[in-house]
Design a protein around this ligand. Structure first.
Ligand SMILES: NC(=O)c1ccc[n+]([C@@H]2O[C@H](COP(=O)([O-])OP(=O)(O)OC[C@H]3O[C@@H](n4cnc5c(N)ncnc54)[C@H](O)[C@@H]3O)[C@@H](O)[C@H]2O)c1
Length: 283
């Protein structure tokens, strides 16, 4: 490949199985010459196949619940020790809503579930950066990326409380990114990715419709997990040193669309069919 990350050290959160976006990022980071540690919640060690990825990329796995400051402290200390120096890049690729899993409607949430989902999906990003900052574990010109979704800006009814979590996540990237930038010359960004068929993605109600609609709406089609990994690598590389405090859409153009011709044709054929049926009934 291009050795874009040669000599760089990283921490990659959130590789569960080969469909995970973080999995693809780890594979691509390995190809680009980086060394890194992989981490995930202890429960994911049993449910997923992260050890396979660790073998493939010559990485160590350090279990950590991203909602636990104790786990994060051990993770950061061990990562610096294992990798032999400060960290150059961090990927936060974590998301989970208990309300979505249990099928609770947005207007009728179980607030204990809401708090858990917020802690896992959003606050964890602040926690991770806070630990890296406190330990002075980031190298100058390092890069931190978290994954987001456009429901942070626009309404996607079935995305539920994850929409609010993503809005917080993006805000934290800006707020923490300011301090990280001023004090350590570290950049912080979020990537707002197309719907992607992963464990977390497929958990959203009506996901098949969701992804098919986005595909037809986007001039370049949906971005895949591998394409997301490529974009993430560019943000970890030295080619993007002055990009910070941004929410970067990686969605084939979806976020700037009003309507596309394929979507309109689809709508009109249903619409014409419905008007014909109404006229028939009126006769
Ligand atoms: N799949 C999509 O359609 C899509 C679109 C835009 C953004 N995203 C975002 O991409 C990120 C990665 O998701 P994915 O689609 O690769 O799905 P995924 O299910 O493969 O990854 C989610 C990860 O979060 C981890 N996780 C859950 N609770 C945790 C905890 N307490 N501590 C540490 N890790 C924990 C899971 O073990 C899993 O590895 C998420 O932030 C997700 O919201 C996904």
């Amino acid at each position: 490949m291009h050795n874009l990350l040669k000599g760089k050290r990283g921490i990659i959160f959130g590789a569960l199985d080969s469909k995970s976006i973080a999995w693809k990022v780890a594979e691509r980071a390995h190809e680009e010459g980086a060394t890194f540690v992989l981490t995930n919640a202890p429960v994911a060690m049993r449910l997923g196949t992260i050890k396979e990825l660790a073998e493939k990329t010559g990485s160590e796995v350090i279990p950590a619940d991203a909602t636990s400051m104790m786990d994060l402290e051990v993770l950061v200390d061990k990562a610096v020790e294992i990798l032999g120096g400060k960290i150059d890049f961090v990927l936060h690729s974590i998301g989970m809503s208990v309300n979505v899993r249990r099928g609770n409607h947005y207007t009728n949430q179980d607030y204990n579930f809401t708090k858990t989902g917020f802690d896992v999906s959003a606050l964890s990003f602040h926690r991770v950066m806070s630990m890296l900052h406190k330990k002075d574990a980031m190298n100058e010109w390092g890069s931190i990326v978290a994954l987001s979704y456009m429901a942070a800006q626009r309404v996607f009814p079935d995305y539920n409380d994850m929409a609010d979590n993503k809005a917080y996540l993006e805000s934290v990237a800006r707020s923490f990114g300011y301090f990280f930038g001023i004090e350590k010359k570290v950049r912080v960004n979020t990537i707002s990715q197309s719907p992607t068929p992963t464990t977390a993605g497929s958990g959203v109600k009506g996901f098949d419709g969701f992804i098919a609609y986005a595909e037809k709406m986007s001039p370049l089609g949906n971005a895949t997990a591998l394409e997301c990994a490529d974009y993430t690598i560019s943000l970890f590389s030295d080619l993007t040193k002055k990009v910070t405090l941004q929410n970067l859409f990686h969605d084939g153009g979806f976020s700037n669309m009003g309507v596309s011709n394929p979507i309109m044709e689809n709508f009109m054929s249903t619409f014409e069919h419905e008007s014909d049926t109404i006229e028939e009934t009126d006769k």
